[in-house]
Ligand binder design. Sequence first.
Ligand code: ADP
Ligand code: MG
Length: 462
Amino acid sequence: MVKSEWDRVKVRLKDEVGDAAYRSWLRPITLHDTSEGGVKLALPTRFMRDWVNTHYAERIRTLWGAENPAIRNVEIVVEAARAASATQNATKAKAVPAPAAEPARATPPCAPATVPSNDTDELGAPLDARFTFKNFVVGKPNEFAWAAARRIAEADQVSFNPLFLYGGVGLGKTHLMHAIAHHIRERNPERSVLYLSAEKFMYRFIRALRGQDTMSFKEQFRSVDVLMIDDVQFIAGKDATQEEFFHTFNALVDQGRQIVISADKSPSDLEGIEERLRSRMACGLVADIHATTYELRLGILQSKAEQMGAIVPQKVLEFLAHKIISNIRELEGALNRVVAHSQLVGRAITLETTQEVLHDLLRASDRRITIEEIQKKVAEHFTIKLAEMSSARRSRQVARPRQIAMYLAKQLTSRSLPEIGRKFGGRDHTTVMHAVKKVEELKECDHNFAEDVELLRRMLQG
Ligand code: ADP
Ligand code: MG
């Protein structure tokens, strides 16, 4: 019944928004879930979900309400499992607009340790067809990492083990890893290449432990030719997983198999990872990807615009390269939005429309939150003295706000734990780590507390 309601809503939507917009944004929607008084609709990427949320959600609600007044709530979510195949199809068909700005995000670290039921069969994670060497634009900040990745992809023998790639978010680590995997599989389909996130590695491990099936877990991981583990920082503080990874790592290295690892920090800066594992990870080739330069950003924009078959004036590309400096993922997202908008409204892209379409993003990129600001806001909020942020006093009354401020500093700035500790009266990084954990725990179990923290975050992000 809900299904036929949805079908009727879709027909009406199509009439209202026109064929092109319908095909781009609404047809990909699937009916995900229904419950008492509510339905859940799913889209394959975050970008599409956000777009549909801002542009069509209200309308969908109204139309659905007209079909069936009992439906009061329509929620739009990302369906992770569909993300990979949707992006693949998009590339194959050269479909524009290409709204798949990014692969579906991993589950947040505080999510319960369960394996999503739909990806339990595959050992590794699917590869994004767009993440090839051909699509990777090389510039000063990434040329070393790129050269190292090529070397691994082309070599028949292990020359350095592991390759450890590190850099900030959205700078191309995952792209390079997938490129290596694509390349090796193409050259030699016999070689088994296994790519997965450290998070997924952990979930598989936990599952094996629960199912008392660690033997076949070990077997599977130790029989691959190339093992790639993405975002290894995820297993910080997860001791059992680290231990298992350490043994897998050693077993593979001993057999002369290649390992590629990525992280957001260098091995020596990875906090919460055991010393012996850190030193093992550092003993091959460590290659970092630096923050982007203007030239690289411009190069990437040009290449993406070309791939999308979109005509984007040089002035607009230069503007974007100047303004969106955080990372490549956001840069891509911005370009996608500008192109999608122009196609939807059927008008050429100009500097004015670009500024209009991206006004929220541009405002955010003009603002950088500092630790000092966070301390000030949090102190005000809890009416304690700013000096308490760095004082040695430990009474709950000041310690809790201080922990919240540390937590927010970790979340909202790119400062490392030791840097944050220093700003809080020269505290140790483990104190900051403890604060972050504590706040996460409290958020889980105390609803009011969670709201308080969320409110502060929103005020800071303004
Ligand atoms: P990370 O894993 O470092 O967080 P990703 O590899 O996911 O970042 O990259 C984010 C996005 O930016 C991806 O869509 C990727 O294709 C794109 N990207 C990153 N670096 C480059 C590059 N040098 N050339 C082209 N696209 C890139
Ligand atoms: Mg990544």
